[in-house]
Write a protein that binds this ligand. Structure first.
Ligand SMILES: Cc1ncc(COP(=O)(O)O)c(C=O)c1O
Length: 401
C-alpha cells in the first residue's frame, strides 16, 4: 500500500518485500552480524567515558498518542558528542588505524604506535554529526583529521567539530561538492576517507561505521529485556542508523521483532522511493528540510541490503512534525523532559504523524495496545538552532536527569 494521496502530511509505503519469517541471510550478515556487533561493543565500551545511554519511559505522551507504551532511547549523552553518530565515525577511524598499523585497537588507544598513528590522516565530508565523530575518533587515537563542510553547515556545527582538533575545509556548494572535494584531496594526499555511506568498491569502512552504530540497539535490547516493543520507528538519512537498529532485532528476534518503520522527511525520501520503485533510487525531494542530518539524496547500498526486506514500512513526513516533536519533549510536565534535536526527533515526528491518521494507524497495526520504541538520535547538537525552534535554550528546558 502506498497512500500518497489521502494525507499530504504523511506518505506510507507498506513494504511487500518484507517477509517477517525470512531468515537474516548472508547479504545482511555481510554488513552486520553477531561477531561484528560484538567487536564493536567490546571496543567502544572500553573507550574513556563510555556509558550506555538511558532509555526513558513516557507514559503521558503514550496516552496522548493513543498507544499503550512509549520508550525512547536517548542518545544526547553519547560520550560528549550528543548523538549516536559518535559510535560510527569514531569506530570507523579505529578500524582504519588497526588496519593501517597492524596493531589492535587497545594498543592504539594505549599509545603504543604513536608515530605510525600520527602519520595517518583521515577525512570526510559532513553535515555535522558524522564529522564530529570522525574528528573525535582521530583525536582519541592521535591521528590527523580534515573535515569538509559545505556552505550550508552552520557555524555552530563547524565550531563543535573544530573543538575536536580537526582541520576544517569549507567548500562552496552542496554536500555532494564537499564529498567530491574530500575524495579528490584524499587521493592526492594519501588520506583515508571515512564515509558513513557506501558505494560500489567502497564498502569496508562504511560497514565498520554501521557496526559501530549497532551498539545503540545492542544496549536498547538489553534495556528492554523481555519487554519487547511491538513497533520501532527509526529515522533515516542514508539508512545507516535504521539498518543498525533493524539488523540486530531481525538477527536476534526473527519474526518476533517489532514492526519496523523507517521515517524520512518528505524532501529527503531516497529510501521511500527505493522501496516504492523496488530498487535503489534517488529521492525526489529538494533535500531542503529542517531535519538537516537526514538530508540525503541517495541511500547507502549497505543499509539497503538490510532495509529492503527487513523494514515493514517506509514513511515520509512533512517538516512541521519535527519541531512539534521537539517542543512536545521539551515542555512535558509529567513525563521526563528531553532535549532532542531536529533530526533526532524524526522518529517521534513519524509516530505523531501516523498516530493522527486513522488509515495509517490501521495499516501499521498501531492500536491502543501498541508498545513503541524510538531512538532520539541526537540532543541539541546545534544549540542556536534548537533555541530558535523550541523558544528555549537546552538549559532552560532543564532536561530530566
Ligand atoms: C541525529 C541524526 N539522526 C539520524 C541520522 C540518520 O543516519 P543515517 O544517515 O545513517 O540514516 C543522522 C545522520 O547524520 C543524524 O545525525
Amino acid at each position: 500500500m502506498t497512500n500518497t494521496a489521502q494525507n499530504p502530511e504523511l506518505r506510507l509505503h507498506l513494504n511487500w518485500r518484507c517477509d517477517r519469517h525470512a531468515p537474516y541471510g548472508d547479504r545482511q550478515r555481510a554488513v552486520i552480524d553477531h561477531t561484528t556487533r560484538q567487536k564493536a561493543r567490546d571496543t567502544i565500551s572500553a573507550w574513556p567515558g563510555y556509558q550506555p545511554t538511558p532509555m526513558l519511559e513516557l507514559p503521558d505522551l503514550a496516552q496522548k498518542l493513543g498507544i499503550a507504551r512509549l520508550r525512547i532511547k536517548h542518545e544526547s549523552r553519547r560520550f560528549t558528542l550528543k548523538s549516536f553518530k559518535a559510535l560510527g565515525g569514531a569506530y570507523g577511524v579505529m578500524r582504519i588505524l588497526e588496519r593501517e598499523t597492524g596493531l589492535g585497537i587497545d594498543a592504539i588507544m594505549a599509545g603504543d604506535a604513536k608515530e605510525q598513528v600520527a602519520g595517518v590522516t583521515v577525512c570526510c565530508a559532513t553535515d555535522g554529526n558524522h564529522g564530529r565523530a570522525v574528528a573525535w575518533g582521530a583525536q582519541l587515537a592521535g591521528a590527523r583529521c580534515v573535515i569538509y563542510l559545505h556552505e550550508h553547515v552552520s557555524q555552530g556545527r563547524e565550531d563543535a567539530i573544530a573543538a575536536y582538533g580537526a582541520d576544517i575545509a569549507r567548500i562552496d556548494g552542496t554536500y555532494d561538492d564537499s564529498v567530491r572535494q574530500a575524495a579528490e584531496d584524499a587521493e592526492t594526499n594519501g588520506w583515508i576517507v571515512v564515509s558513513d555511506t557506501s558505494w560500489p568498491g567502497y564498502e569496508e569502512i562504511p560497514a565498520w561505521v554501521k557496526q559501530g552504530y549497532t551498539v545503540c540497539m545492542g544496549e536498547a535490547m538489553e534495556q528492554l529485556g523481555d519487554d519487547r516493543p511491538s513497533h520501532l520507528f527509526v529515522q533515516a538519512g542514508v539508512g545507516g542508523l535504521a539498518c543498525a537498529a533493524i539488523g540486530p532485532v531481525w538477527e536476534d528476534w526473527g519474526a518476533e521483532r517489532p514492526f519496523c518503520a523507517v521515517v524520512e522527511p518528505h524532501e529527503a525520501d531516497c529510501l521511500y522511493q527505493s522501496a516504492v520503485q523496488g530498487h535503489m533510487a534517488n529521492g525526489l525531494g529538494s533535500l531542503d528540510t529542517v531535519m538537516a542530518c537526514l538530508s540525503a539524496g541517495e541511500a547507502s547500498p549497505l543499509a539497503w541490503a538490510i532495509l529492503e526486506t527487513g523494514a515493514d514500512a517506509f514513511i515520509t513526513i512533512d517538516d512541521h512534525f519535527s519541531p512539534d516533536a521537539m517542543k512536545t519533549l521539551a515542555v512535558s510536565q509529567t513525563d521526563p523532559r528531553m532535549v532532542v534535536g531536529e533530526s533526532g526527533c524524526a522518529g517521534l515526528a513519524g509516530l505523531m504523524a501516523v498516530a493522527a491518521d486513522p488509515l495509517a494507524r490501521e495499516a501499521m497495526g498501531l492500536g491502543g495496545d501498541a508498545d513503541v520504541l524510538l531512538i532520539a538520535s541526537e540532543g541539541a547538537t546545534d544549540p542556536a538552532i534548537y533555541q530558535e525552534i523550541v523558544g528555549m535554550t537546552p538549559d532552560e528546558v532543564g532536561e530530566t536527569q
